[in-house]
Design a protein around this ligand. Structure first.
Ligand SMILES: [Mg+2]
Length: 178
């Protein structure tokens, strides 16, 4: 498995690698982490493929897939499972694109990070596609995480958080345990 950014799909090495992987039917899963920006350039400003980038795999007769919501961890695992299985069965390479969003600048020096997208766009993603918030919500729904503000076990507040993790690992009522 290899992971690359959306900007890397415009580099020659990416296409050389896809060509060879397809030619030799290598068991490689290439994942494009499409966070919508290559430094400060939006995807629709650097690619004719504006909705997604994975269809570029068709040029190499390679299987491809797009996961349109990369902020849902369980959905991500579910949708990646058959792709990984395909590689394990040596059925050839796959190019997978996972849609996500970068809330902050590319680097600390990216002072214009709030200039090449609108505050409303950033807020929409924070409200609907923040993986940390969604995961916390899921854990709260399954009673695997104490609600914020409730008195917490001091062990949960330890730097290592062993107490909380151990309780989560021991919860056998979760449909996702095991
Ligand atoms: Mg990017």
């Amino acid at each position: 498995m290899c992971v690359l950014g959306d900007g890397a799909t415009n580099q020659g090495a990416f296409h050389e690698a896809l060509n060879l992987a397809a030619l030799f039917r290598l068991p490689i899963v290439s994942i494009i982490e499409n966070n919508q920006f290559s430094f400060c350039t939006a995807v629709d400003s650097h690619s004719r493929y504006r909705q997604c980038l994975a269809p570029r795999a068709e040029a190499y007769d390679m299987a491809w897939n797009v996961i349109e919501d990369g902020s849902d961890l369980l959905l991500l695992r579910e949708q990646l499972a058959p792709v990984l299985q395909r590689a394990r069965l040596r059925q050839g390479p796959t190019l997978v694109e996972i849609a996500t969003y970068r809330f902050y600048g590319f680097t600390l020096g990216d002072a214009n990070s709030k200039k090449y997208r609108t505050p409303e766009e950033i807020q929409w993603h924070r409200d609907h596609r923040d993986p940390v918030f969604r995961w916390e919500k899921k854990l709260l729904e399954e009673d695997l995480l104490p609600p914020r503000g409730r008195q917490q076990n001091p062990e949960d507040l330890s730097p290592t958080g062993h107490g909380r993790r151990n309780r989560i690992c021991r919860n056998e009522s979760s449909p996702h345990s095991g």
